[in-house]
Write a protein of this length. Sequence first.
Length: 255
Amino acid sequence: MRLQALPALSDNYIWVCAEDDGSRALIVDPSEAGPVLAAAEAGLQPAGILLTHHHHDHIGGVPGLLERWPQLPVFAPVDERIATATTRVGDGDRVEVAGWQFEVIALPGHTLSHVAYLGHDLLFCGDTLFSLGCGRLFEGTPAQMHVSLSRLAALPGKTRVCCGHEYTLSNAAFARVVEPGNPALTRRTEEALTMRQTGQPTLPSTIASELATNPFLRVDHPEVRAALQRQTGRAPADSVEAFAGLRRWKDGFVA
């Protein structure tokens, strides 16, 4: 199996999970059709499309791909805002296409109907979990998002985190304010800076790396709690309040 992140729009990635010969492939969250059509010129043959949520920068390319491949199956959460879906999926469902199998995980928070796809040590998590960060709460509550992130944090450490945007360095700027004494975070930031300077994506990350560096998965860590208390003037009552405070802090953060 070959995994590729196709850059799209300003900072999106379209994930391509292909057979070893690079031909038949699953396409995840195609924000635009162009990068996939260009890959098809080099021999890529899409076998199906997986969509994590309804935002246009994750589904905008689907009509163009269906124009080229009208019979392509499109798996998407139960959400009428995704009109191109051919199969609706929910928590615990299994997606099987072209020899691949993925489990569907419901992840309300960024949007209420957001899902992820887990299989083959890969996690396609859209805009829920980012490298060193997490998605904004456009529809869900802090409690919902905290539960969603906790579900992902419980996955095996080797699971590769394939999120929807190249946000690692901007997230690192905030994470290092929260946990300036975290050596794993320092190493990850330096690694990501080198990758970007050489034109490489900083993704996929891994669950193990995120557990060691991502403040949104570390809301119960003493240094994160201490930073929140300094920022807000009071100690969070519990994990959900800590997460909510961290998310509000990040929403107003300017590096």
